[in-house]
Design a protein around this ligand. Structure first.
Ligand SMILES: [Zn+2]
Length: 431
């Protein structure tokens, strides 16, 4: 068993490496094509040369007019033989990675006394996350497992092996702006950030000091820069001690949020905000959520991944007032994983947004999205926790779900009903 799991982990490391290798090949192939084209045709000369145009030039072009007319495009764009192709990336958001005690106890049992093995929790959805160019998750619990004793509800501290597994399955950005960030005080935050410093990911939502907060986290894919910010409405009544250098950005601090989003916008093509807000276990949005979502979009946020309510809340496409840009906002993605005890808490989703950068204008814009429902499954007594894509989830599995002890009608149609409450059919990725 352990051997198989080790093998599985190696497969994912290989997949990740293969992904990097393929990206490197594509870059080399692109470079070769560009060089070949230059050799055959010669580069067009002049300021309109798309190949030599710097990023700063691209930004100023985009800033000059949010929606350039075709005349503007053709006057600025290089000749057709030198035109850059459009480039698209996918940006994926996942819900709350909520590590209850039963989840890490099972991971410890699997590892047979040698740490924790979280691979089986995520194995059925790992491919979906791996496939996206940039993936973001809300890590609901601190990962101070090496420095402090691990613990479950209500003051969580999870083993760092959780983070190892999130990295292994392809997450690039980890959000810690949530109500549990202060569960283990400053010591928990310090140990969590020290741990993440050893991993190739960007962490948002909690910062070592003001200077660290001002360093906008950017992940680049295929030449498209995505900037990431994490904010939270609440920290369960716990606060940083007076005089602490650590920083958490609260939703009430709208001046700071506006500043961070505008700064991020000036540095990147796409601004992604992870926000922790709303009311637990309700599908109803609060006025605060609705107001802040529109404000953040107007300040420059392009994608908002909301979390905290433990259920899937509405997916909307908001419009930025200044330039008419379309910006996806999912108010809550639900629990990525948990052992909560209500059927509606088992239903979640992965939101994948496509953003396309125009080769002609250099402007990046929303180009589509899909919501892939996922289901946290466990047996009797919350045993064998694992997440399934809804499309692979059967009524036979639902009949064995431990949550049936509390939600008797848990089934595929129950899950579909939860998804239908909040997600327009056009965006559902269920077949
Ligand atoms: Zn929360």
């Amino acid at each position: 068993m352990l051997r198989n799991e080790k093998l599985w982990q190696r497969v994912f490391v290989l997949r990740k490496n293969r992904k990097r290798f393929l990206r490197a090949c594509l870059s080399l192939a692109g470079l070769a094509a560009v060089c070949g084209a230059a050799f055959i045709f010669g580069f067009p000369s002049g300021a309109g040369n798309g190949f030599s145009r710097s990023r700063a030039d691209v930004s100023s072009t985009a800033a000059a007019s949010a929606e350039p007319s075709s005349a503007q495009v053709s006057s600025r764009a290089p000749s057709s033989r030198g035109a850059k192709p459009d480039t698209s990336i996918t940006i994926l958001g996942a819900g709350d990675d909520l590590i209850h005690g039963t989840i890490y106890q099972q991971a410890a049992d699997r590892a047979g006394g040698k740490g924790y093995d979280f691979a089986p929790v995520y194995e059925h959805v790992a491919g979906l996350i791996q496939k996206a160019d940039v993936s973001v998750v809300n890590q609901e619990t601190v990962l101070a497992g090496r420095a402090l004793p691990v613990s479950g509800y209500p003051l969580f501290n999870s083993p760092t092996e959780v983070g190892d597994q999130l990295v292994r399955i392809g997450f690039d950005v980890i959000n810690h702006a949530n109500n549990h960030i202060l569960d283990k005080g400053v010591a928990g935050i310090r140990a969590t950030l020290d741990y993440w410093d050893t991993k190739p990911v960007k962490v948002v939502g909690v910062y070592r000091n003001d200077a660290d907060l001002e360093k906008i986290r950017i992940v680049e894919s295929k030449g498209i820069k995505t900037a990431h910010i994490g904010i939270t409405e609440m920290t369960n009544g716990r606060y940083l001690p007076t005089g602490s250098a650590y920083r958490i950005v609260y939703a009430a601090d709208t001046r700071k949020i506006e500043h961070l989003i505008k700064k991020a916008k000036s540095m990147a093509d796409v601004v992604v905000v992870s926000v922790h807000w709303g009311t637990e276990n309700t599908f109803t949005l609060t006025d605060k959520q609705k107001k802040l979502a529109q404000e953040m979009v107007d300040w420059g946020a392009d994608i908002i991944f909301g979390n905290h309510p433990h259920v899937v809340q509405q997916l909307q496409l908001l419009t930025r007032s200044s330039d008419g840009a379309k910006c996806p906002v999912v108010f809550a993605l639900g629990n990525f994983v948990s052992t909560q005890l209500d059927g509606k808490n088992m239903v979640s989703g992965l939101l994948t947004v496509t953003e396309t950068k125009s080769g002609g204008t250099g402007k990046t814009a929303y180009a589509g999205m899909k919501f892939t429902p996922i289901v946290t499954h466990y047996g009797a007594g919350c045993s064998n926790v694992t997440i399934y894509p809804f499309r692979e989830y059967t009524d036979a599995l639902a009949a064995q779900h431990g949550v049936r002890a509390y939600t008797k009608d848990f089934s595929r149609s129950f899950i579909q009903g939860i998804v239908d409450r909040s997600i327009p059919k056009d965006y559902q990725d269920v077949s």
